[in-house]
Design a protein around this ligand. Structure first.
Ligand code: HEC
Length: 117
């Protein structure tokens, strides 16, 4: 009966391996789905509604060279009045693109001291 036991064991191993490879090929694709065409697209359609200099609801985030890691932490967790955005809405790759786009936009000089808003 030994050969039969071995056959069952190898079938189980093959089944496990195919299940694992199926999972590993499906999961990252789903998690990495791009939600925005470019960093510019994300800025114009989401962040810019609050953060563009002419809006002034959020802080100016362009032209400061903010690293993607910092943007990701704020975007995922929110920050006081700013809501958090999940990866299903603003994906990691789009935040990296956004960081590059924002770094290349002109910096906005701060208002002179004593200026009334
Ligand atoms: C609904 C308006 C709103 C939207 C949309 C929004 N933010 Fe904000 N964000 C804010 C506000 C308001 C603050 C300032 C909170 C405070 O200082 O109390 C803020 C703060 C921040 C900060 C930290 C402050 C700084 O200047 O370093 C970063 C970074 C940031 N937002 C990035 C983003 C990015 C990237 C997006 C787009 C994915 C985005 N925000 C979308 C309102 C918004």
């Amino acid at each position: 009966m030994k050969p039969q036991a071995n056959t069952t064991a190898s079938k189980r191993i093959i089944a496990t391996i195919s299940l694992l490879s199926l999972l590993s090929s499906v999961t990252p694709l789903h998690a990495q789905e791009r939600q925005w065409r470019s960093g510019e697209d994300l800025y114009n359609k989401v962040c810019g509604y609050c953060h563009k200099p002419e809006v002034g609801v959020g802080t100016v985030i362009q032209g400061r060279g903010l690293p993607p890691e910092y943007l990701t932490i704020i975007v995922r967790n929110g920050f006081n009045a700013m809501p958090a955005f999940p990866a299903s809405y603003v994906d990691d790759a789009s935040i990296v693109e956004l960081a590059k786009y924002l770094a290349n936009l002109p910096a906005i000089p701060p208002a002179p001291a004593g200026a009334t808003p």
